[in-house]
Design a binder for this molecule. Structure first.
Ligand SMILES: [Zn+2]
Ligand SMILES: [Zn+2]
Length: 391
């Protein structure tokens, strides 16, 4: 089978699925229509289907003789963004939009499901397709793993994809090692002593302390992290005070930390907390700091990544492959790939001749040629991970 030719044959179907899903975006953990759509299609194709895994997750299993168990995962949720694209398939839900391409992922997942049934003669083993809810900050993958998604049968390897506008359609990112960062969010309330803005000596000004904290935090990445390592410390929210002549009682800050390496992560977490608490103490204020882990780093297994690389080279040509595509963004696919060795693939979906709209923007859209490419990459990789005739 030529996976790319086979996937091109179902191009119209893939586009129809993707556009229907794009018109009906659903918030994370509330993907009821999307899940029903996926489950119905999987059942029609002959998969054993489990619904309601971690609320709206769907698992389809197809047994095809003795052999390894391989999983492929897609996510299903949209974002609370008002779509600004003027296209016939624009979102019909006010304030909700598929602005990350997870509509394309569901369509690609169903295309994979279809071709794997049509070409049972090309592989041996058990295929496990996972349609995951709530990727956008709602820990859907973690919840699915907790609900037993990786048991009965337990996968030997995992594949996951993301349509990727940073790369033009036709290119792919197949990177061994870390590809997406571990992410934490943190928040702190700095409590000083409020008072009259004309009598600062009678107050402990949390606003000044917050400003110093922002400045002091800039030294973590520049002075504490090995320049060869990668880390981000960002402050996303700082709120204090209501008017010009009052020194407020408190200041609130929120931020995020991104790292690849567990040792770098440990260093950064310690330094951020020390600096926040130390700055407040030095200035006579109190601080209440809380850290929230979001997702571990996504780390691609070198062997499986080499196999996917070979597949991509055969299907798209060696020039189409980028082997150092990484981002400090986070992805909860890490909860699957932490348990099962696998490969997370960036599939280029940007235009070839103009700048691509960025993910999570109200004008996000993809080049739909990415759909059969995504299907073919995963189908061919699955066939090679579950070769015919292997025990
Ligand atoms: Zn996203
Ligand atoms: Zn996404």
């Amino acid at each position: 089978m030529n996976a790319l030719e086979e996937a091109q044959k179902i191009y119209d179907q893939l586009v129809a699925w993707r556009r229907d899903l794009h018109q009906h975006p659903e918030m994370g953990m509330e993907e009821y229509r999307t899940a029903k759509f996926a489950a119905g299609m999987l059942r029609e194709l002959g998969y054993a289907v489990q619904e309601g895994v971690a609320q709206t997750g769907v698992i389809g299993v197809l047994e095809n003789g003795p052999g390894p168990v391989i999983m492929s995962r897609v996510d299903m949720d949209a974002l609370p963004i008002q779509e600004m694209n003027d296209v016939p398939y624009a979102s019909t839900v006010p304030g909700m939009m598929h602005a990350c391409g997870h509509d394309a992922h569901v369509a690609i997942g169903l295309g994979i499901a279809m071709l794997m049934v049509q070409h049972r003669e090309s592989w041996n083993g058990t295929l496990k397709l996972i349609f995951q809810p709530g990727e956008e900050g709602m820990n859907g993958a973690e919840k699915m793993v907790a609900a037993g998604a990786l048991e009965a049968p337990r996968p030997d390897a995992a594949l996951a994809i993301h349509v990727w506008n940073a790369l033009p359609v036709g290119k792919v990112g197949v990177t061994p090692g870390p590809v997406m960062a571990a992410a934490e969010s943190w928040e702190v309330t700095i409590t000083g002593k409020g008072g009259h803005a004309a009598q600062p000596h009678k107050t402990v000004d949390p606003l000044t302390i917050a400003a110093l904290t922002v400045t002091n935090l800039q030294s973590v990445v520049s002075r504490n992290v090995d320049p060869q390592g990668a880390a981000v410390v960002s402050i996303g929210r700082l709120r204090s005070g209501d008017t010009f002549n009052v020194i407020p009682e408190t200041a609130e800050m929120q931020g995020t930390i991104r790292t690849y390496d567990p040792n770098v992560r440990e260093t950064v977490l310690c330094r951020v907390q020390d600096i926040i608490e130390g700055t407040a103490r030095m200035m006579g204020a109190r601080s209440d700091f809380t850290l929230y882990p979001l997702a571990p780093a996504v780390i691609n297994d070198p062997k499986i990544t080499a196999l996917v690389h070979a597949v991509a080279a055969d299907l798209l040509g060696a020039d189409a492959i980028k082997t150092d595509e990484r981002t400090m963004g986070s992805e909860d696919a890490a909860f699957f790939l932490n348990e099962v060795p696998g490969c997370y693939i960036f599939v280029g979906s940007g235009p070839k001749d103009r700048p691509a709209p960025s993910h999570h923007s109200p004008i996000f859209d993809i080049e739909e040629e990415v759909l059969p490419i995504g299907v073919a990459l995963v189908v061919e990789s699955l066939c090679r991970l579950m070769p015919r005739g292997e025990k």
